[in-house]
Design a binder for this molecule. Structure first.
Ligand SMILES: Nc1ncnc2c1ncn2[C@@H]1O[C@H](COP(=O)(O)OP(=O)(O)OP(=O)(O)O)[C@@H](O)[C@H]1O
Ligand SMILES: [Mg+2]
Length: 253
């Protein structure tokens, strides 16, 4: 078997299905992301975005289909695949007694990488955390500041694929903007990015491509360069309106 990634996709999903009992969370999902490409996965609550990320991370097993991270089949080598991935969860937990630099060096070490204070400062800067916060205890940090340290921790891993689950949810416009810049900086270094997001307004600036997921199906994929920000919103609403009525059971409160 060829173990090299000839296709050079950083991420590849082929016909991935995931059921939770009767509920079809994902149905035949296929997508590819190239190195350095930023892909925004859009979709309403319950569309299957977080499930997709959990499958890629190997936290869940698919019922059908195949997932490859940098050429590594997740089903065959879960840890090998996970070693290529940096992950920014929706809520970043930091050690409240440690400052930003200490948190970053500590979590980087847990991830197997030793970095010094000057490397930590550089990563925090790339992630958009203001200088004056670098040596402050994380206990007093806002959500935006925690997300930025989380992004720096993810960047420290030197991964080929960065996964983000609603990274800008609950952030003010300025913090969301800083975080988007951090994502683009990672992309320029060749890191592929898959971000689940509800932040339609920012998709054009941060992502090269978008996909709209609803009820576990990918309805459409587009290049963001072909659309204005308001066209992205219009496309999103139009695709969701045009989709089949919600599946039976989905409306149950
Ligand atoms: N562990 C689980 N057990 C049972 N059902 C689950 C589980 N995880 C997700 N689901 C269901 O799978 C579907 C997809 O959920 P998922 O969390 O992936 O959606 P999402 O797109 O991330 O939504 P949101 O925008 O609200 O975060 C939903 O119907 C959800 O209820
Ligand atoms: Mg989710």
């Amino acid at each position: 078997m060829n173990s090299t990634n000839d296709g050079a996709d950083a991420l590849r999903l082929d016909g991935v299905r995931k059921d939770f009992g009767e509920r079809h969370a994902l149905q035949a999902l296929s997508l590819k992301i190239a190195p350095g490409e930023v892909y925004a996965l859009l979709g309403p609550n319950g569309a299957g975005k977080t499930t997709t990320l959990n499958l890629i991370l190997g936290f869940l097993d698919p019922d059908a289909g195949r997932i490859e991270v940098a050429g590594i089949d997740v089903a065959r080598d879960r840890l090998g695949a996970r070693a290529k991935i940096a992950y920014l969860p929706e809520t970043v937990m930091l050690h409240p007694q440690l400052d930003a630099i200490e948190n970053l060096t500590y979590f980087a070490l847990l991830g197997g990488r030793r970095i010094d204070a000057s490397q930590a400062r550089e990563l925090l800067r790339q992630a958009g955390l203001q200088e004056e916060a670098h040596a402050r205890r994380a206990g007093g940090f806002s959500k935006g500041m925690r997300q930025k340290v989380g992004l720096a921790i993810a960047l420290a891993k030197d991964a080929q694929l960065l996964l983000l689950d609603e990274p800008t949810s609950g952030l003010d416009a300025s913090a969301a903007n800083d975080l988007s810049h951090g994502v683009r900086a990672a992309s320029r270094r060749g890191v592929a990015v898959l971000m689940a997001t509800h932040d339609l307004y920012r998709v054009k600036d941060v992502a090269h491509r978008l996909g709209i997921l609803r009820a576990g199906r990918l309805l459409t994929e587009r290049r963001t360069s072909e659309l204005s920000a308001s066209q992205i919103e219009a496309l999103y609403l139009q695709e969701l309106d045009a989709a089949d009525p919600a599946p039976a059971g989905a409306a149950a409160a």
